[in-house]
Ligand binder design. Structure first.
Ligand SMILES: Nc1ncnc2c1ncn2[C@@H]1O[C@H](COP(=O)(O)OP(=O)(O)OP(=O)(O)O)[C@@H](O)[C@H]1O
Ligand SMILES: [Mg+2]
Length: 406
């Protein structure tokens, strides 16, 4: 054999070896994903597998259910709990009596995204905190994609804030505010990989039997945008109008601080026990955050407290909540505090500096003016944000989140 023949053989061998190495690497990755997911057999779903199910729940791995199993558990999806941007939610119950909430996701299940879906679900299912709703498992079949969550007996916070016939004590509201902040702080600051929620609002704060708040739907924005199935209610940006931070609507970097903004808007609603926008009240009070800021700025918080029915014993706490809410909705993300600092401020562990006007940009002129102002301004940090540049480093840009990974 001449030299060129030998070279050709060597090249062919190298190509074959590289291909084998790639195949082995892919198989290992797939096996790793599979190892983190548990698949339940259909037949033994009833009694026997319940032990396994409970074991797995304790071992904190997300469980893979079949659509048949979800049908049985939800009595053929007969107990409808509600629906949002991602799909409908049904109550279910396992034979050992464990109640669950099954969220059926909109859109089709393309086989190509199965592994990516399972990897995301694996991450969400392993994210545990006292103030986060637990994900037990999921279903991924051609005609059904669903998520199985722990069932929260008192439903979502909006029911209690905005329905006239329900009254929650102020102390409980304060606990709900603190617990919610702790859940978000965990997602932002303590998870191995930071999770930005993108849709903090009263409908996504669920309450257990003791009214412990648990943040729901974290990780969903990323999971459901893989195939662009999430129908946003807003058309342009993401999140929900009234809670979404200004940068979500503009071509600027998006960071975890967008959740801090939404949390601030939620906090206003908790303080006022009303929706931030209410056209049925007198004009000056229609947009609650602005009204609160005006009262704060002019030193008339007492009038505000009386208007909101805050008892004297709760006034100091309420004032703290007002200041924190104003800090959280600052126009510039860099000026908003980290969620861990929000927790400390709400609990009274640290002094709260006097907040700046968060609505200044609204008074200056047209929206274009403040877009420009934002774009040309330098990042600044102050002691309140508890952050240097690294904490405000953009983690994603809007177009990157929306793009399919396939
Ligand atoms: N784990 C759960 N336990 C009890 N009820 C739940 C649970 N998850 C959701 N629900 C109920 O189902 C309703 C619909 O939830 P869903 O998350 O689909 O909509 P949403 O929160 O209003 O909007 P979004 O899609 O933006 O999150 C909620 O308002 C809540 O009452
Ligand atoms: Mg929700």
């Amino acid at each position: 054999m001449d030299t060129s023949g030998q070279i050709a053989i060597v090249i062919s061998l190298v190509i074959i070896l590289v291909k084998i190495a790639v195949v082995i690497a892919i198989c290992r990755k797939r096996a790793k994903i599979r190892r983190s997911i548990i698949v339940l057999p259909d037949v033994g779903f009833l009694t026997l597998t319940m032990d396994k199910f409970l074991n797995d729940m304790e071992r904190e791995k997300p469980i893979r259910f079949s659509s048949q199993q979800l049908r049985i558990a939800t009595d053929n999806f007969s107990h409808f709990l509600g629906a949002g941007g991602f799909g409908a939610v049904y109550k279910g119950i396992f034979t050992n009596g464990t109640p669950v909430a099954v969220k059926i996701l909109n859109g089709s299940s393309d086989k190509r995204i199965e592994e990516q879906f399972m990897a995301e679900v694996g991450t969400i299912g392993r994210t545990h905190h006292f103030n986060l709703v637990r994900l037990y498992g999921f279903c991924f079949e051609r005609n059904l994609r669903g998520l199985v969550y722990e069932y929260m007996v008192n439903g979502s916070l909006d029911r209690f804030l905005f329905k006239e016939n329900t009254v929650i004590q102020f102390e409980k509201l304060h606990n709900i505010a603190v617990g919610t902040a702790k859940g978000i702080a965990y997602l932002h600051e303590e998870c191995q990989q930071r999770i930005i929620h993108y849709d903090i609002k009263p409908g996504n704060i669920l309450l257990d039997v003791l009214f412990t708040p648990k943040v729901a739907d974290f990780g969903l924005a990323k999971l459901c945008n893989r195939d662009n199935s999430h129908v946003t209610m807003t058309g342009g940006g993401r999140g929900t109008p009234g809670y979404a931070a200004p940068e979500l609507w503009m071509p600027f970097p998006i960071t975890h601080k967008c959740d801090v903004y939404s949390y601030g808007m939620l906090l206003f609603e908790i303080i006022g026990r009303r929706r931030n926008l209410d056209l049925n009240v007198q004009e000056s009070q229609e947009w609650f955050p602005r009204w609160v800021w005006n009262k704060f700025e002019t030193g008339e918080l007492m009038e505000f407290m009386l208007g909101c029915g805050v008892d004297e014993k709760d006034r100091e706490t309420a004032e703290r909540m007002v200041k924190v809410a104003i800090w959280c909705v600052q126009y510039r993300p860099e000026s908003r505090p980290l969620m861990s600092l929000v927790v400390k401020m709400l609990e009274g562990g640290v002094e709260i500096p006097t907040p700046m006007n968060p609505f200044q940009h609204l008074a200056v002129g047209s929206p274009c003016a403040y877009v420009l102002d934002y774009a040309t301004s330098n990042t600044f940090s102050n002691t309140l944000t508890g952050s240097s540049g690294s904490c405000t480093t953009p983690v994603m840009r809007k177009y990157e989140i929306g793009r399919s990974s396939i």
